[in-house]
Design a protein around this ligand. Structure first.
Ligand code: KG4
Ligand code: ZN
Length: 359
């Protein structure tokens, strides 16, 4: 298909309600016409994690407002849209259902075609939206809900080279912050503390480096940090500012080392790729980015702007656009899927992270 396409994207798989409009003219760079997002951090703050029922209700309340806001920002109406793309999984089922129901309603009422999108495909195809990255490339997804290496050969062609067998790295950052009394989200707090710390003071483990392949594990690292903290508290009656900084620096260095080494292995498995990209909130971490960029060597390293690294609807509109251009269409039988691996041939990983199958 060679004409200009404009897609509406809808995202509601975890705790961000998003609607976006993306336009692509063949031969030109894709354009994000609007990218609206409403977070829910304050709704879940008292519970120490995302509460699925609260999330679903908030999505149901905000989704149509986000769609209206996105259309208004782009100065478009439904009649100007070629297709409606919606996250159909994986994620918290109530939220995914809210999005799918809205998209079906809009499609039915307007006659605009419907496309179901895998949330992970949205993340994995982002380098094509931001940098027009050509296939094949390697993607490392690192967030609070997921951690996996994907070889991307096409809009619908993903090979999972490895992933976490327990927690996601973002969860480990958040837990570390909690254990040390630092504010949430933990990643930015730990990164800030680590600036003044000595990464060599504590000998934290590098989990799974002794095992071949690209699988990862972060729960042992979390336990090691807790033991080191408890030993200091037992010995001194508390933690000094320097202790906190050293613990953060040691933890962050261990995460970066493990991700860098596993990235090196993933890159070695894909000698033909033309780019190495990261996505997910943890990709905001500067020392991690630097470590990954070093490992990439001659392969161009891509880190999309943070707003497009974390959950957003522009990536869903873009993934939908690629699918639409390839002839995919969904109908009213589209269902919401809590679990939906991108690579159905890869063996199931043992864990999916404490936040469940968010993404
Ligand atoms: O992609 P994201 O916004 O949502 C999820 O998919 O979970 O990622 C959020 C995660 C949180 O666990 C947060 O602590 C982590 O990303 N994060 C970071 C940094 N900024 C956010 N982790 C390490 N360093 C950072 N600078
Ligand atoms: Zn996500």
């Amino acid at each position: 298909m060679t004409r200009v396409l404009t897609l509406l994207g809808i995202e509601s798989s975890c705790d961000d309600t998003g609607a976006a409009l993306v336009r692509h003219a063949p031969g030109a760079a894709p354009q994000i016409l609007a990218n609206c997002i409403a977070g829910q951090t304050e709704l879940h703050a008292a519970y120490g994690g995302v509460v699925p029922e609260i999330a679903a209700r908030a999505h149901a309340e905000k989704l149509d407002l986000m769609v209206e806001a996105a259309l208004a920002e782009a100065g478009l109406g439904l009649a100007d849209i070629d297709a409606i793309a919606v996250t159909a999984g994986p994620g918290l089922i109530g939220g995914v259902l809210s999005g799918v129901m809205l998209a079906k309603g809009l499609s039915l009422a307007s006659g605009v075609p419907l496309i179901g999108v895998n949330h992970l495909a949205g993340h994995a195809l982002t380098p094509r939206l931001t940098d027009q990255q050509a296939f094949p490339y390697l993607m490392l997804l690192v967030s609070g809900g997921h951690c996996q290496f994907l070889r991307v050969d096409g809009p619908d062609d993903f090979t999972r080279l490895g992933g976490t067998i327990d927690d996601a790295p973002g969860e480990a950052f958040d837990k570390t912050a909690k254990l040390l009394g630092l504010p949430q989200p933990g990643g930015p707090s730990v990164e800030r503390e680590a600036l003044a710390g000595d990464p060599a003071r504590f000998a934290f483990p590098r989990p799974l480096l002794d095992r071949a392949g690209c699988d990862l594990s972060f729960s042992g690292l979390k336990t090691a940090l807790m033991r080191a903290r408890d030993a200091l508290v037992a010995e001194q009656g508390g933690l000094t500012q320097q202790d906190r900084a050293d613990l953060c620096a040691g933890f962050q260095a261990a995460v970066a080392d493990v991700l860098a080494e596993k990235s090196r292995r993933a890159l070695a498995q894909c000698p033909d790729i033309t780019g190495f990209a990261v996505a997910g909130g943890v990709a905001a971490n500067k020392s991690l980015r630097a470590a990954l960029e070093r490992v990439a060597g001659q392969v161009p390293f891509l880190a999309p702007p943070l707003a497009l690294c974390t959950d957003n609807a522009a990536m869903i509109a873009w993934a939908g656009l690629e699918r639409f251009r390839d002839g995919h269409r969904d109908d009213m039988s589209l269902s919401a899927r809590p679990r939906w691996p991108l690579d159905t041939t890869a063996p199931a990983l043992i864990g999916s992270g404490k936040r469940g199958a968010k993404a």
